[in-house]
Ligand binder design. Structure first.
Ligand code: FEO
Length: 394
């Protein structure tokens, strides 16, 4: 894709990765973009680079706007290799550029690539004048790595937000007001749940800081997906809701089944919860991805986990989901476990323990049946689900 001018002298010079389907284990059915930006003023700054396989497209794009020897600064907002993969090659192509990064980024760049070029470190709140525009650096450690920072141009009210406010979504459109809101919210939510959920307290603090500073933001320019234009308030509002754990009357049931006993329980629980007015999402783990479950869970009140017992433990795919969940530690969720066993139990107990370790508060004790559930047991399962529904309404 060709460069796009965001505001006078500020250009998107990123690349579109249409075919990415897996981002370090997180499924990305819509691909992604690696956004980078060029700010042309009396001095010229390049903000971030791109994943290495896209280096040549990126350099071509930047070169179509300015000769590489005109670039005065290369700003590294984040070291993860989807943004820094091209850094060593690009940095060497910029004979007159000073590389600017946080001290943590400087250390991480050296660990990733060795000593490529000298790096000047910047601190939180430090500024660099480009002439009529100023770069203000805002350190945002752990959003998404210890090195992370955002860069703000007050004169244009543009925030280059690095991983924050990103979406994995490949498109020929560059701006958030060029797609429908439902698609945008789903893409931003999916990204939040799978990349940023663990860091919700830091995001809440960042949002408070932005509010206290009273800074105006016309554009939020993340390193992935659409550039927020016209609906930056939605971005801030959604992040506020997600970081505080706001949820609606929705329940996700993630389960596995061997001979349909656990699936029968899942369906009985789903029907009862739907009767109680909840939106229910039933997800059989062999047919879905963990990252899709997390995305569905983001705005849900509760997660029900169903597992058969296999070899005295939970089903492996259930363990996989719960291990992933434990890493992201979703906030303010309730949960419960159900399942089936044959000659010996253990599946529900193992899953219950991991659910607790993931920080999910147990709403009701596990519900378990032996072999195939009878009609009475299915009714009991429905009653168990109604008990859970009642606890969520309290
Ligand atoms: Fe888009 Fe943390 O990298």
């Amino acid at each position: 894709m060709n460069p796009v001018e965001l505001k006078k002298g500020i250009y998107w010079v990123g690349v579109v990765d249409w075919n990415l389907r897996d981002f370090h284990g997180y499924k990305t059915p819509n691909g992604t973009t690696y956004n980078a930006y060029l700010v042309v003023d009396e001095k010229v700054a390049l903000i971030d680079t791109v994943k290495r396989p896209f280096r040549d497209d990126f350099v071509r794009s930047v070169s179509s706007l300015v000769p590489l020897d005109r670039i005065d600064y290369l700003v590294v907002n984040h070291v993860e290799m989807d943004h820094s993969g091209s850094f060593p090659d690009v940095a060497r192509m910029l004979p007159n550029a000073t590389v600017l990064a946080t001290p943590e980024a400087k250390e991480e760049l050296a660990k990733h690539f060795g000593d490529v070029v000298p790096i000047e470190t910047v601190e939180d709140g430090q500024t660099v004048s480009l002439g009529s525009k100023t770069l203000v650096f805002v350190k945002t450690p752990m959003l998404h790595w210890p090195d992370s920072m955002m860069t703000y141009i007050p004169e244009d009210k543009v925030l280059f937000s690095s991983d924050g406010f990103g979406q994995h979504y490949a498109s020929s459109r560059r701006f958030s007001d060029e797609i429908d809101e439902q698609t945008l919210r789903a893409a931003a939510g999916d990204y939040y749940a799978n990349i940023l959920w663990l860091y919700s307290p830091l995001i809440a603090r960042l949002l408070s800081r932005v509010a206290e500073m009273g800074i105006a933001i016309d554009l939020i320019a993340p390193d992935h997906g659409f550039i927020w234009r016209g609906n930056t308030a939605s971005a801030l509002e959604w992040y506020g809701a997600w970081s505080s754990g706001t949820a609606r009357d929705k329940i996700v049931i993630a389960y596995e089944t061997m001979w349909n006993s656990t699936e029968a329980l899942a369906k009985a629980a789903a029907a009862a919860l739907a009767d109680e007015g909840f939106e229910v999402r039933l997800m059989r783990l062999r047919d879905t991805e963990n990252s899709y479950v997390l995305a569905e869970l983001l705005e849900a009140k509760a997660l029900l986990v169903g597992t058969p017992t296999l070899n005295n433990g939970m089903f492996p795919s259930v363990g996989g989901l719960l291990t992933y969940l434990k890493g992201l530690r979703p906030k303010k969720k309730r949960g419960a476990v159900f399942g089936s066993y044959g000659w010996g139990g253990g599946g529900c107990a193992a899953a219950d323990e991991l659910v607790e370790q993931a920080g999910i508060a147990r709403a009701v004790p596990p519900f378990e049946v032996r072999w195939v559930p009878t009609d009475e047991e299915l009714s009991a399962c429905a009653a168990w689900a109604r008990e859970l529904a009642a606890s969520l309404k309290e």
